[in-house]
Design a protein around this ligand. Structure first.
Ligand code: ATP
Length: 455
């Protein structure tokens, strides 16, 4: 595998994302909206596949149920959760250029004055250009009702977890689950981040994949360890390179946590959290009991004990995982190219080595040349495949170029109909990573691919 320089890689991934339709800047024709992105045709497939892989892993088991709670919740939820009081970042303003910074990230940020391009914000701070830090709440506010002044203020949820806690009793009673059990949810979250940066890493609108596992408090350490292992294993199972994953144990803990560990991925700009695993104790359920006046408890009919469960939370960003899977897949390698005159030369192949289950398009179908009925056969194969997999038909340009186009969007298999197909019904299947080709009967393509795509 090639290892392009990290700074280049970041730029190349951003440009490939736009060129091939993974990610577009939100409202681009109006100059863009900072910290917001749109998923293009390939991006939306990749995102859905990541969420599907997570959903299967987390909910296709006896002890976890899924929900989909609403984004807007009763305003008291955010008082109970501590977000109104604690969900703040320290913000400073530059008195000279008026740029605004998150104080605890100053070390990584640059001065906002275009005239001092590349100058570190830290230097401006040392020169006393900044205001005193003020706490800035990251929740987006909006209103329910037609008149802003008289209507209730509500928040766009900054995390999906609270929708799970307030539904604990509903899910427990309706599903007849016994502890330990979990509730999983995938959904949008919004944070009015002071500084967005690093492409999809820190955005204002993003998606989370969260699971809250409710347990007997005596078992918290065991389940914290268990979920830490499970979640790290999930990223590896879907092809994350182990050397680019590490655990970071938190010394300084959030107001609700007894223990916290992050799964970090080595992005081209450095290590960053992709998922947090937290022991949230009984903090959230107790707070919601206190603020709502409704008891949220569990009665164990075997031990006859009544108690508030502890919660082990696994909180992954779907959008950040998307970015990590994209960086993880990106590769460049030198390959030998066959020229039209029969000679060979070397070229750089850009390939996204996605796990086949995550790849946006699973298979592409080509006629080798556009004659002798090869196009019809290829169209028929593609029509058949399309019912089962995301497939793509392409008959334009040299076949080598068509392979490269598919490599660049991570398609794991390409099927070519050639002159041999016409008399023996076989096609070639070319595998993206090894570039090896084998011939199989065209009636066996679906079963062949099913076998290869299974996790
Ligand atoms: P950070 O320290 O990076 O701000 P956090 O510790 O506040 O993150 P959590 O509240 O634990 O993050 O959120 C859980 C997950 O949600 C994170 O691991 C990340 O994947 C995702 N996430 C959080 N904030 C953002 C954001 N602004 N943009 C994209 N993803 C985010």
């Amino acid at each position: 595998m090639g290892t392009p320089a990290k700074s280049d890689t970041a730029e190349k991934i951003v440009s490939l994302s736009k060129r091939r339709g993974f990610i577009f800047q939100s409202s681009e024709i109006y100059g863009g909206l900072n910290g917001c992105y749109d998923y293009g045709p390939l991006g939306v497939e990749l995102l859905r596949n990541i969420k599907e892989a997570w959903w299967k892993e987390m909910t296709y088991r006896e002890d976890i149920e899924g929900i989909d709670a609403s984004i807007l919740m009763h305003p008291r939820v955010w008082e109970a959760s501590g977000h109104v009081e604690h969900f703040t970042d320290p913000m400073v303003d530059c008195k000279e250029c008026k740029a605004r910074f998150r104080e605890d990230q100053i070390g990584e940020l640059e001065c906002g004055n275009k005239a001092y391009k590349g100058r570190k914000a830290l230097k401006c701070m040392e020169e006393g250009k900044f205001t005193e830090a003020r706490n800035f709440n990251l929740m987006f506010k909006t209103h329910i009702g037609p008149l802003e002044e008289s209507s209730a203020v509500v928040f766009l949820r900054p995390e999906t977890a609270q929708g799970i806690y307030v539904n604990f009793s509903n899910v427990k009673d309706s599903s007849r689950q016994k502890l330990p059990f979990g509730i999983a949810q995938i959904g949008k979250a919004f944070r009015n981040e002071i500084n967005t940066k690093n492409f999809l890493f820190r955005t204002r609108e993003f998606e989370q994949m969260e699971m809250q596992y409710f347990i007997d408090p005596k078992e918290d350490e065991r389940f914290f360890e268990y979920w830490r292992g499970e979640r790290l294993g999930w990223f590896k199972k879907y092809g994350m390179r182990p050397e680019r994953l590490k655990l970071h144990v938190h010394e300084k803990l959030a107001h609700y946590a007894k223990a916290a560990v992050d799964i970090e991925y080595e992005f081209p700009f450095g290590w960053g959290e992709i998922e947090g695993i937290h022991n949230r104790t009984d903090y959230d359920l107790k707070r919601h009991t206190e603020f709502s006046g409704k008891k949220i408890e569990y009665f164990d009919d075997q031990t006859k004990e009544r108690y508030t469960p502890y919660v082990i939370e696994t909180s992954a960003g779907a959008s950040r995982s998307f970015f990590a899977f994209l960086c993880n897949a990106y590769d460049e390698e030198e390959v030998t190219k066959q020229n039209d005159d029969g000679s060979t030369s070397s070229e750089t192949r850009t390939v996204l080595r996605f796990h086949p289950a995550l790849a946006p398009v699973k298979v592409a179908v080509f006629p080798l040349v556009n004659r002798d009925g090869m196009q019809d056969i290829a169209h028929n194969i593609n029509d058949d495949l399309r019912r089962k997999f995301k497939s793509f038909y392409d008959d334009s340009g040299a076949v080598g170029r068509r392979y490269r186009r598919q490599d660049e969007c991570g398609t794991p298999f390409c099927i070519t109909v050639d002159s041999e197909t016409l008399y023996d019904n076989t096609v070639t299947v070319r595998e993206r990573d090894s570039m090896n080709q084998e011939r199989i009967n065209k009636d066996n393509i679906v079963d062949y691919l099913k076998g290869k795509l299974e996790v």
